[in-house]
Design a protein around this ligand. Structure first.
Ligand code: PBG
Length: 325
């Protein structure tokens, strides 16, 4: 019998019928940047359409974001309240804590996830505390990370997202949360986080570029796949509820390999550099906006359940267009 695959591509409705991969706003997380102060909504120069929000202005936009179909936020702080060891991140009345409380009050249905790391809070911009001999002080680092996670939990966060890549941090955070009756607070672990050049625009946005050296001592080597599977496995054993691969587009093989091996939901982070590249190409007319859809579809197809993307605000419109609506 002659095979004619094109029969299933004849019309939009037939194509929709046989579509193997779908994107849905329910599985999208939108990252937001909060800053100190009041009445601030400033576009981040390296990330068009993304803003530095003071908490009051973010709250003003919450309904709009919700109406775009965004039901989960990942909160980042860009704060000038820094300290030597990052402990300023654990203040009950800190910036992220205020944002969490505000969002939860205004829109309780919104899932609020908050990034847990030392780099935004430490004067040297590193994700860990160093000993005098410049080795990582793991115990001290885990202690501060746990304190920050706990203060987010007290503010009402749904999940904490440790992005530091320190060994054992998921277990340490899980233990601290459980000890303080925060068993219901989830952990979305940045499990396979690569030392990537694609974070450039974010570091500008978060003012978190390291003051010396780089992050290769703790973030993963882009050359490694098997190591990613080990990191993911470890985080699951330590209690991660969701594991993440980051960046996404240049790491589809990692997402795919992980999805074949683990049952835990996998999130993929389409990071600032990936966003900036596509944004620029679409805005200058080099690429059609459909390239955005295609990039997210590929991330999904490779095995990610959840996608964290700066394109979240315009995605529903893109999906409607793709469906021919
Ligand atoms: C902080 C953190 C980074 C990102 C998320 N959390 C930057 C980094 O590790 O340097 C990157 C996000 C993006 O590029 O969109 N550890």
């Amino acid at each position: 019998m002659v095979k004619r695959p094109t029969r299933l591509r004849r019309s939009q409705t037939i194509r929709q019928l046989v579509k193997e991969t779908r994107l849905h706003m329910d599985q999208i997380i939108y990252p937001v940047f909060v800053v100190d102060g009041k009445n601030i909504k400033e576009e981040i120069p390296s990330m068009k359409g993304q803003y530095h929000y003071s908490v009051d202005r973010l709250l003003e936009d919450i309904d709009t974001l919700w109406n775009f179909g965004i039901h989960s936020l990942l909160v980042f702080a860009t704060t000038e309240h820094k300290s030597v060891n990052g402990k300023s991140g654990a203040q009950a009345n800190g910036l992220v804590q205020k944002a969490i409380r505000g969002i939860k009050e205004k829109k309780p249905q919104m899932t609020v996830i908050a990034d847990v790391c030392l780099c935004t809070y430490k004067e040297d911009g590193h994700c860990c505390i160093f000993r005098e001999d410049m080795e990582i002080d793991r115990i001290k680092t885990l202690d501060v990370l746990s304190q920050i996670a706990l203060s987010y939990a007290e503010a009402g966060v749904d999940m904490v997202a440790p992005s530091d890549m320190m060994d054992g941090r998921v277990a340490a955070i899980r233990e601290s949360l459980d000890a303080q009756k925060y068993e219901h607070v989830g952990i979305l672990a940045y499990s396979a986080k690569y030392a990537s050049a694609f974070y450039g625009p974010f570091r500008e946005a978060a003012h978190s570029a390291p003051a010396f050296g780089d992050r290769k001592m703790y973030q993963m080597d882009p050359a490694n796949q098997r190591e990613a599977l080990k990191e993911i496995q470890l985080d699951i054993e330590e209690g991660a509820d969701i594991v993440m691969v980051k960046p996404a587009m240049a790491y589809l093989d990692i997402i795919h390999a992980a999805s074949e091996q683990v049952e835990t939901p996998i999130a993929a982070y389409q990071v600032s550099g990936e966003f900036a590249m596509l944004r620029q190409a679409v805005d200058t007319g080099i690429l059609d906006q459909r390239a955005v859809y295609e990039s997210l579809l590929a991330i999904r197809r490779s095995g990610a359940t959840i996608i964290i993307t700066y394109f979240a605000k315009e995605l529903q419109g893109i999906l409607d267009k793709e469906a021919g609506l």
